[in-house]
Design a protein around this ligand. Structure first.
Ligand SMILES: [Zn+2]
Length: 112
């Protein structure tokens, strides 16, 4: 589960940057074989987020139990940090799956 996605057609492993670009630009054509695929973020990214949010709550409770004065800054810092980790790790939980309809389209395109 914890790995970068591969093209479902040619098995090209996407690099971190390429995966991020594919998600952001919704570019669903493989740079290697030019076939279409679908970007599947769920449920894997949801599981990732749920696990890290659970960690976040745990750490926050731990900090709260050790704080002598009520100071929100450490809680805020931990929460922001974990949110950043969630975002940074998204490409590792992304999967690419085949789309049959679009596959035919791109094959037509290539004949031109
Ligand atoms: Zn490919």
């Amino acid at each position: 589960m914890f790995k970068l996605p591969v093209c479902p057609h040619c098995r090209t492993v996407y690099r971190y940057k390429d995966t991020k670009n594919a998600i952001l630009k919704k570019d669903t054509e493989c740079y290697h074989c030019h076939q279409q695929f679908r970007i599947k973020l769920f449920p894997y990214v949801l599981i990732e987020a749920a696990v890290l949010i659970a960690v976040c709550i745990g750490v926050n409770l731990l900090i709260l139990s050790r704080l002598s004065s009520f100071d929100l800054f450490p809680l805020f810092a931990v929460t922001i940090g974990i949110l950043l980790i969630v975002i940074v790790l998204i490409p590792f939980f992304t999967h690419f799956i085949k789309v049959d309809k679009d596959q035919k389209k791109s094959q037509k395109k290539r004949k031109k």
